[in-house]
Design a protein around this ligand. Structure first.
Ligand code: ADP
Ligand code: GN1
Ligand code: MG
Length: 360
């Protein structure tokens, strides 16, 4: 084991001896490691925070503290049992701070939730359970007063802002890749106006902001041994935004019959069973606080988040891969094509999705 990990872990109030530290998870942004104690039990999760992306680590860690404390309090009020498995617990350092800066990198540690599992592959049942969990998550956080949670990445899911970044990238053509992506640029531009209606509705006072998770992948939920939801994890992007973010991003990631970076576009399409299970579960826990306009926009949200991801991957490709971790030189281009194919499939399924939402 690298000495640096030991040095970092020593800054926190761990309580037991560390045996090994191994990579865990497959996120595009932070580095996640599993910490095994001397008795062979995996007890902690160590994460290196990507501070080039989360530039205000204080803000980030404070948000997470607010969110986990708030959820813990709600669970206590409800008389829940086993609360330590239903909300994340972050450790403080010996200086009573909730992260450690080693002069170069920022680190945090949380308790590994015992007897938990996460899933990389989806089923309709998991989709339904995840939907209820993310709906409940939004519901529990709805009464955090405005201004308490900050945007950990400013304008994270603001489509107008993402388009501006995209257009800046096109204008700069920093990596000289523009000529090979002209048709993709056209696909983005032809949908641009119709994809910015949330910002417009917000300015008109017709849509409000709510606290969203903003990374609603199925692997950001922990389940117990019997497949029952324990808790929502990966809280870096919990922030105020539009409610479609969470619905849309789950459909984008969960209801894709292919991979996010599938090279074979024939595999990419919409799995309607996953969509339906998610819509049903989500409305069961979220209908009480959603407006009719928000409910009617849910299928649009699926298209919007897929479009936004298309724009973000393409922007990164044009910029020369400065944001997402890549595994091949054209990874962001492959991702862009796969997201665009998914978007086209979602567009084709739009009516069926609307009909289903109306039937619920
Ligand atoms: P990222 O997606 O940025 O890599 P996550 O916080 O989602 O980081 O962690 C990656 C994976 O590690 C999760 O999908 C889950 O399987 C596992 N994991 C993370 N935190 C915990 C925890 N506290 N207890 C158990 N497993 C965890
Ligand atoms: C990033 O960390 P990860 O892989 O869960 C990204 C999301 C994107 C996603 C694409 C902070 O999430 O917004 O949707 O990649 N997170 C950040 O899969 O940019
Ligand atoms: Mg994650």
């Amino acid at each position: 084991m690298e000495n640096t990990y030991l040095h970092i872990l020593n800054q926190f109030n761990l309580g037991d001896q560390v045996k090994e530290v191994t990579p865990f998870g497959n996120g595009h942004i932070n580095d996640t490691l599993k910490v095994v104690s001397n008795d062979g039990e995996a007890r902690y999760i160590l994460q290196r925070i990507n501070h080039l992306i989360f530039t205000q680590v204080d803000v980030l860690q404070n948000n997470i503290h607010v969110v986990t404390s708030h959820i813990r309090k709600k669970l206590e009020e409800k008389g829940e049992t086993d609360i330590d498995r239903k909300v994340l617990t972050f450790l403080s350092t010996k200086d009573a701070v909730n992260y450690y800066f080693d002069g170069e990198n920022y680190w945090r540690v949380c308790l590994m939730i015992p007897r938990s599992q996460s899933f990389e592959r989806i089923t309709p049942e998991l989709s339904y359970q995840a939907a209820k969990a993310f709906g409940e998550f939004q519901y529990m956080l709805a009464d955090i007063p405005e201004g308490v949670l900050q945007e950990t990445i400013p304008n994270f899911h603001n489509m107008e802002f993402r388009l501006q970044q995209f257009r800046d990238a096109v204008a700069a053509n920093a990596a000289g890749r523009l000529s090979e992506v002209q048709n993709l640029v056209g696909e983005v531009e032809k949908r641009a106006e119709s994809m910015c209606i949330q910002e417009q509705l917000y300015r008109e006072g017709k849509l409000k902001k709510r606290i969203n998770h903003c990374d609603t992948k199925v692997n950001n939920i922990l389940f117990d041994e019997d497949g029952q939801v324990l808790c929502v994890i990966d809280l870096d992007t919990v922030m105020p935004g539009f409610v479609l973010s969470d619905f849309g991003d789950f459909i984008r990631t969960g209801a894709n019959t292919g991979l996010e970076d599938d090279e074979d576009l024939d595999r990419v399409g919409v799995n309607m069973d996953i969509f339906k299970a998610y819509a049903k579960g989500y409305l069961e826990t979220a209908r009480s606080f959603l407006t009719p306009l928000e409910i009617s926009l849910l299928p649009y949200g699926a298209r919007l988040l897929t479009y936004m991801q298309t724009v973000r991957f393409l922007t990164d490709y044009i910029n020369g891969d400065t944001y997402y971790k890549i595994h091949t030189p054209d990874h962001n281009l492959v991702r862009t094509r796969a997201q665009l194919k998914l978007l086209q499939s979602l567009e084709a399924a739009g009516q069926e999705m609307d009909d289903y939402i109306n039937s619920l």
